[in-house]
Write a protein that binds this ligand. Structure first.
Ligand SMILES: NC(=O)c1ccc[n+]([C@@H]2O[C@H](COP(=O)([O-])OP(=O)(O)OC[C@H]3O[C@@H](n4cnc5c(N)ncnc54)[C@H](O)[C@@H]3O)[C@@H](O)[C@H]2O)c1
Length: 428
């Protein structure tokens, strides 16, 4: 059995390695030659994937990477894991899927299975992808080749999240497509959850991510409301989660980050309009979550005000640039929004993140490119007027922070249980 995985990013790479470990030979395809070269040399560019995991599979001949898409002819199945962002009008951008589909179609052989894993709106697989594959190859889905959708459930930074043991939802274009996809995934994944169609599988992924977005919005709103009442929302959540049924803990933060929760629900919003439907929960949750950075900045201003200082002219350290703890991924991180707002208000802004030593050039935040993480020592940290905890990496010593920092605004409850001076700590 030989499979191609197209798009060797946070989703495609761990999936490729899991297949390779399960004795399915994997050809990884990506348009980025730097990634392809690194992988073929046994190197990993994702922090939580060890280079040994890659080199072992490369040496065993179970995994190789290439930019040559004509090699699709060599495989009997193709799994697509390319990005699905929003465009600047916050509408779905499925161009990566469409472009990949066009390239695959040129080399598609009869009898091949094509599976889409990228998160997207219901209908992408059996409308958009099917069309480009059929038009480009002259073959018919369900008859000449098999087509399926199976969403990824990767949880970067979670050491208990293992591709093999996370149940995987699979939907086929036809019952035979589903069977074919089940046969492939059952080689590498312990539990499969078959559903009736590609659309049901696409909708399942959107439910999962919308569920998170809405619940995070709820606790974010309660954070603001309870704070006005002098109640600590984190204490309340920790008490509520002792209920053994009917409650699941979500935690507030400085705003949504990552490339899933802030984006995926809006794929559904966009598609729902085609059916004359409105996604009011998603819109409201989006509104609350995107207002969080402004709330945090107001708390920063309050904290400085208590110390007879203005935001303008103050030096502020944003602690944690990655969008979630213990990962090196800072794409779509709310820390950037906080840094922008602080700068706009006239503050001198720096950051510290052990996972992001220097900010890479990106389209969205090009002017921060090249900025280096401030060194973690008393002389540097103690010099800032205020430290704003945006991401709670476990490797940061928060006791040292309490000793060194003049004033701390904590958006993650990272300082919980750590002794501080009166007026030194503000929750936001
Ligand atoms: N990262 C996660 O935690 C996560 C979890 C679940 C689902 N997803 C979804 O999985 C999909 C992929 O996300 P990701 O985080 O792996 O993205 P990523 O940006 O880490 O990786 C995408 C890879 O695709 C490559 N690529 C781009 N265009 C290509 C093309 N035309 N042909 C071949 N390769 C191409 C890029 O070079 C990159 O290596 C998205 O739809 C995302 O929403 C991500």
């Amino acid at each position: 059995m030989k499979t191609a995985v197209v798009g060797l990013g946070y989703v495609g790479l761990p999936l490729s390695l899991q297949f390779a470990r399960s004795k399915v030979t994997v050809l990884g395809l990506d348009i980025d030659p730097a990634k392809v070269d690194a992988l073929n040399q046994g190197r990993s560019y994702i922090k939580h994937i060890l280079p040994e995991e890659v080199s072992e599979m490369v040496k065993a001949g179970a995994f190789s990477a290439s930019t040559d898409f004509s090699r699709i002819k060599e495989v009997d199945s193709i799994i697509i894991c390319v990005p699905t962002p929003l465009n600047k009008n916050r509408e779905p951008d499925i161009s990566y899927i469409v472009e990949t589909g066009k390239v695959i179609a040129r080399h598609l052989q009869k009898g091949t299975l094509v599976v889409l894993e990228s998160t997207t709106y219901p209908g992408t697989t059996d409308e958009d992808l099917r069309e480009v594959l059929e038009v480009g190859s002259g073959l018919e889905a369900g008859k000449d080749f098999h087509l399926a959708f199976s969403p990824e459930r990767e949880d970067p930074g979670n050491p208990n999240s293992k591709v093999a043991t996370i149940p995987k939802v699979v939907g086929g274009y036809t019952p035979a497509c589903l069977e074919r996809a089940r046969a492939l995934y059952s080689k590498a994944i312990k539990t499969l959850v078959p559903v009736s169609s590609c659309r049901a599988a696409e909708a399942t992924k959107l439910l999962e991510n919308t569920f998170r977005g809405v619940n995070i919005a709820l606790v974010n709103e309660l954070k603001v409301v309870y704070s006005a009442m002098g109640i600590d929302v984190w204490e309340v959540i920790n008490a509520a989660k002792t209920k053994p049924f009917g409650f699941m803990a979500f935690y507030p933060g400085p705003g949504l980050g990552g490339h899933c929760i802030p984006i995926d629900p809006f794929y559904l919003t966009w598609k729902a309009r085609e059916y004359g439907q409105h996604t009011r929960f998603i819109e409201l949750a989006g509104e609350i979550n995107t207002s969080m950075p402004e709330y945090v900045i107001r708390r920063v201003a309050d904290a400085l005000n208590e110390r007879h200082k203005a935001v303008k002219g103050s030096s502020i350290l944003v602690l944690g640039l990655a969008y979630k703890p213990n990962v090196d991924d800072e794409r779509e991180s709310p820390s950037y929004i906080l840094m922008e707002l602080l700068k706009k208000h006239g503050a001198h802004v720096a950051y510290h993140d052990p996972y992001v030593p220097v900010i890479r050039p990106t389209r969205e935040h090009s002017h921060w490119a090249g900025t280096k993480s401030v060194e973690w020592k008393r002389e540097t940290i103690g010099n800032f007027d205020l430290v704003l905890i945006s991401t709670n990496h476990a490797c940061v010593d928060y006791r040292e922070l309490a000793e060194w920092a003049k004033c701390i605004v904590d958006t993650r409850n990272a300082m919980s249980g750590i002794p501080v001076q009166p007026g030194q700590l503000w929750k936001a």
